[in-house]
Write a new protein. Structure first.
Lengths: 896, 195, 311
């Protein structure tokens, strides 16, 4: 955190001064470790084992916050007795289909009572196409939707029922003992138990513990389950929805939260509505019902209004109830259209044009060579950036030009590099990592021909529509009927010439939503109607323009308001600063303790009140119990803080929505020098893979001879002095000089083993590439003892490329492409490698050198060996758990 | 005038430094008596700026509030806003380098164009470049259009146009980007959030 | 022995330099126990003061690539990697307390020593000390260096002729003539931290202190900062960080105390700081005195000789 988010770290330093204990778990000693009370070095890729160990410690010693757990989590829910856990099936859960490498989660569901029959069918239906869900990153019902579970599953609040979540959880993590943690993670039992002690002693009524992760956690083949493991621990210890608790994702880009909320992502639309799927969403009703989860609790019940407001915002007057609000204008997804699939499609010649918007995949994405070869095989490429970044110059100075794989005179890609406006040269909102929108004022005009993306896309849309004007081709209707009429301002000459800057505030008002007839901005999403009388582009942002006031532009001084600072910017939803904060009060609505008071039920006024906006219906008392048969918002009881979940409870156990299982379980990284100590199943059996000769993965340790080729583990992260792929730091004098060269951190022991000299050169090799850097020998990296062997870990920053004031090889060139099955994010925080002294070969010799390694490792053809390594008996037994054979289309079987 | 400002001594009218030293009580000639006219007239750029724009740091997602000081339509200083409950006026080295970022001589200010098979960039007029991109979008969309997929399902899309980016862009920008691409039928629209 | 215009010993420098009703002396207290080595101070300083780049060269001294304080580097963050101090075994294992650095546990069974991070990473942002007795100022023949009303020591670019006397005089090696880059208007001129003199005149904090994310760099009245620093040391000592000590806060030291002083977690030498700096002009008065006596004796001799010639 001190490394990549130094200003956020001020709050950790302040907490420390006030007595908080700071523990830092990281493979290497960083600037964060330097100020922590305890640094715990851990083997990269073993975090679930570590967190699972703490969960086990909590459960074995009954250190959970019982009143919280019973009331606010699904600990008491009873699971179907058909469920089989990984210990019975060699690392698989029940319902595994080895052919598609996906699960039928029917057996994972909660036990059904009579009245749940309809929902049970819905569950089974929904669960039936997990292979398609994997391809479309639509597990978790598109990332944020509640589980499609009955509003009232059977429960045993004594937590004694053998199939209640609490007991299942306890059995699941029973093997994660301190000894096993030591064996898998390389963390001493003493260090580990110290963490357990600190975490549990600091959680409860009077105290809370915060878990902070940086998004390197997401860059694993089990990334979602890392975060699930953290969530389980924070729910058990009663830290969710409470001040000083929770899980904080430190995201790495100014508006990466915003670009997920209002996504430029293939699988979702603004407000986490699913991108319509050709299979599942034939009609508007199909689409809405897939979000609405009939029979479940919660605010997704209003999905019809959210979806129709979006359609109405897109197609304005053309969107009417009679034509289903132009739902048919939406293009349909049919599978994996993620960035890595698309890059491979570029290599295969299937993509003509590519836009890069403030993004430098030649350096920042995994498998840089594939990225650059893909770009070299386009018809046209538009790059919009501040500087001449590597993704704009691949055709003349990329590593592949040096190897001869890209010959400028033979590369047909037409490249447009548009200068972009910087953050001070345009107005608009960023959404920071705690979901808070902040409006930026425009300070100056952008230089020369630099323009905002708002300008670029508004005018691109205008020009495309001009070219299609008069077309009677039905396929052009979505463009011609598009509501694309934004007021422009700025330089009078440009405005007069038709090239003015569109008003960002007008766009924000459309995002917020307004009454169609009057133009009155909506005060929040509860005002959204499903009859076309209102429109709004992103329901979760509704309220940001309440009363016609740009709420994101509020800047009341922190000195003039409470510690929650509700009048600085605006946080979604409805300016709530801590999500699910009803959990900060006990079941009766009283603060768990005076120290930790945050929101509470006021008996006198009969409403929820407190320091923050209560994340709960304001006048629903804690004593409210839902009438029989209710669903949606009415089914949320006074003790259901997790109002977006189908049962209103925090999910210790996730009966559906996760492709790779209802509980996090330790799997080895795709590339690892170790066998999975716990199970025959080595890695995540459901991970997304692209097996091709141009994407070889290093062999797994079952190929023992080959594993010697890549004996070391490597990981990457950021330096304080640079920013991601370097596009905003390597071109800036005052930053470039602070870290001017690519380097490789190794321990003194590894330096001795490989003959590496401090400040000399070394190179790092994988089956994809070899890159070089200066050797940094440091005790900040220590070899660990794992499964009885010493493992050396190598660390590299990933900021360099061939451009900029300071240049160097790119660490992301070392990674191949294999993805988490839930969200299709690549495993780019752990791999295996070799490290050698001296510089790497140059020119065509580089490819020969790397291919020699791949051949010796036996992976030159792109085949790493089987993914499913659980015993045949376990596979059979798991498959037998399926209720019925699932129908999978051939399309879904591709690219597992 | 602030107390501290008031305490700034006015430049002595005595011409010869030695006389000034004696008259000012700065016998050793190390303080008040040796101030140059420029020193006396020094004012911080933050005080002489024409205007201050409220902004937010463009690097990581902490969301530090910045004050952008502008003089003669040029950015002359960017620093943290002490009123912000997020950063309390503080910035990291990247945030502190924001002025360097936005005023860098290395920034692109014209459209650069690389024709197929060319070995060098050429410059392109902005509006011409916009027209060329619009032409290519229309053409690629037409050439790669799918009304139905290979299984006969209605898909109404193009697989010929892809996009990546947006994590450092504004919400309003991402909104228009997704809106236009969706209407266009382009679906391979991706973001750093997948990376 | 200190009196007005003294070159040694405790002193309030601004009044001593002729300022009437001077504001309280301003300075920095740099608390290295909370420094995270982010270098925001280095960058914020360069942005505000238009200090050009120093060097694009990886030095291999941990994460320090700025080398040292010099004309193009007015703040410099040192990084020191070193084995940690293991707490004494008889120290009570107290409830969670802030000991200011990573703990080191007992050696566990089955885990080799190599896995134990008995290690510290010290970071410290160095800067001009703004000495009470500033040798650079004392030797400056042009009046380019001057003592400001805030008690700080500042170069006046418009007066400096680049003679370089100050460079040799500084006991900390801080002030330096700018050597490049070519075209910079201040090449050849002595340069160092001004404690953002221009900002101070408008009641603004120096750029580095304004930026510092963790309040490692604190700006304020020197008197108050010294009190705060003493309290901080006491707190750290209570928490078992016995290595915490102040550097430069003592008005009785060789430079009369510094306007910019530090809380360190090890000996000054470890951070590249001189252990016992003495203002190089300390002996000037004595030398002048001796020279004066000699001159008087000579004058007397001359007089005597004249007398002697009188008949």
């Amino acid at each position: 955190m001190a490394e990549a988010h130094p200003v956020g770290f001020q709050w950790v330093v302040e907490a420390k001064k006030r007595g908080a204990r700071i523990i830092h778990v990281d493979p290497r000693f960083t600037r964060t470790s330097a100020l922590a009370h305890q640094h715990v070095p851990i083997r990269v890729g073993s975090d679930i084992a570590f967190l699972g160990g703490i969960i086990n410690h909590v459960l074995q010693n009954e250190l959970d916050f019982r009143e919280y757990v019973v009331n606010y989590t699904n600990a008491a829910n009873i699971i179907s007795d058909k469920f089989q856990d990984v210990d019975d099936l060699d690392g698989l859960f029940s319902g595994f289909d080895a052919e598609t490498r996906t699960y039928d989660p029917t057996s994972w569901q909660f036990a059904q009572e009579d009245q749940q029959g309809d929902l049970g069918r819905a569950q089974a239906d929904d669960a039936g196409d997990t292979a398609a869900q994997r391809n479309t990153a639509s597990g978790l019902q598109n990332e944020s939707h509640g589980m499609q579970v009955g509003s009232r599953p059977p429960r045993d609040e004594t937590l004694q029922h053998p199939m209640c979540v609490y007991q299942v959880l306890k059995r699941h993590y029973a093997r994660y003992t301190p000894e096993v943690v030591e064996q898998i993670c390389g963390v001493s039992q003493e260090d580990f138990l110290e963490v357990c002690r600190a975490w549990t002693e600091n959680s409860g009524r009077e105290r809370t513990t915060a878990l902070v992760y940086s998004v390197g956690w997401t860059q694993h083949s089990v990334g979602v389950q890392y975060i699930r493991a953290g969530s389980i621990l924070q729910l058990l210890t009663g830290n969710m929805g409470r001040p000083g608790g929770g899980i904080m994702a430190l995201r790495g880009h100014a508006s990466i939260q915003g670009s997920t909320d209002i996504p430029t992502l293939f699988n979702i639309l603004p407000g986490y509505l699913p991108m319509p799927n050709a299979e599942k969403h034939q009609t508007l009703t199909d689409w809405i019902d897939s979000v609405r989860n009939p029979g479940s609790k919660g605010f997704w019940a209003n999905a019809g209004a959210y979806g129709i407001n979006l359609l109405k915002a897109y197609w304005g007057d053309a969107a009417t109830p009679e034509n289903d609000f132009c739902f048919d204008y939406m293009p349909r997804i049919t599978g994996d259209h993620g960035t890595y699939r698309t890059v491979l499609d570029m290599i295969d010649g299937k993509v003509q044009g590519y836009f890069l918007l403030g993004q430098n995949p030649a350096v920042g994405s995994a498998h840089g060579r594939a990225q650059r070869l893909g770009m070299a095989n386009l018809d046209w490429l538009v790059v919009r950036d501040l500087f001449e970044i590597e993704s704009a110059t691949f055709w003349k100075d990329s590593p592949e030009v040096a190897t001869g794989e890209i010959v400028p005179e033979e590369c047909r890609t037409e490249v447009f590099l548009f200068p972009a406006a910087s953050h001070v040269e345009k107005e608009g909102t960023f959404t920071q990592t705690q979901r808070m929108l902040q409006w930026r004022e425009k300070a100056v005009e952008p230089p020369g021909d630099a323009r905002s993306e708002l300008w670029f896309f508004y005018h691109l849309g205008r020009l495309v529509r001009e070219r299609l004007a008069g077309s009677d081709d039905e396929r052009d209707r979505p463009l011609l009927d598009l509501a694309w009429d934004y007021p422009v301002h700025g330089n009078p000459e440009e405005v007069a010439g038709g090239w003015g800057e569109p008003s960002a505030e007008a766009v924000l008002k459309e995002i917020n939503g307004y009454e169609v007839a009057t133009g009155r901005p909506l005060s929040g999403f509860l005002e959204m109607k499903d009859d076309g009388s209102t429109l709004g582009g992103c329901w979760i942002y509704s309220g940001v323009y309440a009363d016609g006031v740009n709420q994101a532009a509020r800047r009341r001084s922190r000195h003039d308001q409470s510690f929650v600072a509700p009048e600085w910017g605006w946080a979604w939803p409805m300016n709530r600063r801590i999500l699910y904060n009803r959990a900060s009060a006990d079941p009766e609505g009283r603060p768990w303790s005076e120290r930790k008071a945050y929101v509470w039920w006021d008996e006198d006024t009969q409403e929820w009140t407190g320091h923050d906006v209560p994340d709960f219906e304001k006048t629903k008392p804690p004593s409210y119990r839902a009438p029989e048969g209710s669903d949606g918002v009415a089914a949320i009881e006074g003790i259901d803080p997790f109002i977006m979940q189908g049962d209103g409870k925090g999910a210790l156990y996730a009966p559906q929505g996760l492709i790779d299982g209802p509980l996090p379980t330790h799997y080895e990284p795709v590339e690892s020098p170790f066998r999975n100590l716990l199970h025959g199943q080595q890695g995540n059996p459901t991970r997304k893979e692209y097996r091709r000769a141009d994407n070889p993965m290093n062999p797994d340790p079952r190929e023992t001879a080959a594993a010697d080729v890549f004996p070391y583990v490597f990981t990457t992260s950021r330096l304080t002095e640079h920013h991601t792929a370097g596009g905003m730091s390597r071109y800036v004098e005052h930053l470039a000089e602070l870290q001017p060269e690519m380097f490789v951190e190794v321990s003194p022991a590894l330096a001795a083993e490989r003959g590496l000299e401090h400040m000399g050169w070394c190179h790092v090799v994988t089956a994809r590439s070899a890159i070089e850097g200066r050797v940094m020998v440091t005790e900040r990296l220590r070899p660990l003892r794992v499964e009885g062997r010493t493992v050396h870990q190598v660390w590299m920053p990933y900021h360099w490329g061939q451009g900029g004031l300071v240049s160097g090889d790119s660490a992301n060139d070392l990674f191949g492409i294999s993805l988490d099955p839930n969200v299709l994010i690549q495993e780019s925080k752990v791999g295996t490698c070799d490290v050698r002294p001296g510089r790497r070969p140059t020119g065509p010799a580089l490819r020969e050198y790397v291919e020699g390694y791949a051949r010796r490792a036996g992976v030159a053809d792109g085949d790493q060996g089987p993914v499913v390594t659980a015993s045949a008996a376990a596979q059979q037994e798991s498959a037998a758990g399926q209720d019925a054979a699932q129908q999978h289309s051939p399309q879904q079987r591709e690219d597992q | 005038m602030t107390t501290e400002k008031a305490a700034r001594t006015k430049r002595s009218l005595l011409p010869w430094p030695v006389l000034r030293q004696l008259a000012d009580g700065d016998v050793l000639g190390r303080g008040r008596s040796v101030r140059s006219k420029r020193t006396d007239e020094l004012e911080p750029r933050t005080a002489t700026a024409d205007r201050v724009a409220h902004s937010v740091c463009p690097y990581c997602a902490v969301g530090c509030a910045q004050k952008v000081f502008v003089k003669d339509d040029k950015v002359v200083q960017i620093e943290g806003n002490p009123e912000s409950p997020v950063n309390r006026g503080r910035l990291c080295p990247k945030g502190s380098a924001s002025k360097n970022l936005v005023t860098s001589d290395l920034r692109q200010t014209t459209v650069r164009y690389r024709a197929p098979y060319a070995t060098e960039w050429t410059d392109l007029d902005l509006h011409t470049a916009m027209d060329m991109v619009a032409d290519r979008v229309v053409r690629s969309r037409r050439e790669s259009w799918q009304d139905i997929d290979e299984q006969g399902r209605k898909v109404r899309r193009t697989m010929g146009i892809a996009s990546l980016g947006g994590a450092t862009l504004d919400n309003e920008e991402n909104y228009l980007i997704k809106k236009l691409f969706t209407a266009m039928g382009a679906i391979q629209i991706e973001n750093q959030a997948r990376i | 022995m200190t009196g007005p215009n003294s070159l040694f010993g405790p002193l309030d420098p601004a009044p001593d330099a002729g300022y009437v009703d001077a504001p309280k002396r301003k300075g920095f207290f740099t608390d290295t126990s909370v420094c995270i080595g982010c270098k925001a101070c280095e960058v914020a300083c360069k942005e505000w003061n238009d200090v050009p780049e120093n060097l694009y060269q990886m030095l291999g001294t941990s994460y320090d690539n700025s080398h040292s304080l010099n004309a193009n580097q007015w703040r410099h963050v040192a990084f020191i990697e070193r084995p940690g101090t293991t707490p004494a075994p008889d120290q009570p294992a107290a409830a969670p307390v802030d000991i200011g650095m990573p703990t080191v546990g007992a050696a566990p069974s089955g885990v080799p020593d190599e896995a134990k991070p008995d290690f510290q990473w010290l970071m410290s942002s160095d800067v001009c000390k703004h000495c009470t007795h500033a040798a650079c100022l004392d030797v400056c023949p042009t009046g380019s260096l001057f003592r400001s009303e805030f008690g700080t020591v500042v170069v006046q670019d418009d007066i400096c002729n680049g003679c370089g006397y100050c460079v040799a005089a500084c006991p900390y090696g801080v002030i330096d003539r700018r050597k490049g880059p070519e075209g910079d208007s201040r090449v050849g001129i002595a340069q160092k931290c001004t404690l953002c003199y221009d900002r101070l005149t408008d009641n603004q904090r120096p750029a580095c202190a304004q930026a510092c994310p963790t309040e490692s760099i604190q700006y304020g009245d020197v008197d108050e900062l010294r009190e705060r620093a003493s309290e901080r040391v006491a707190t750290l000592h209570e928490q078992g960080v016995m290595d915490a000590r102040l550097y430069g806060n003592d008005p009785e030291d060789g430079v009369g105390g510094t306007g910019a002083f530090f809380l360190l977690l090890d000996e000054p030498e470890v951070y590249g700081l001189p252990p016992d700096p003495v203002v190089t002009t300390k002996d000037l008065p004595r030398m002048y005195q001796r020279a004066g006596l000699a001159a008087a004796a000579m004058l007397a001799g001359v007089a005597v000789s004249f007398l002697g010639r009188r008949p």
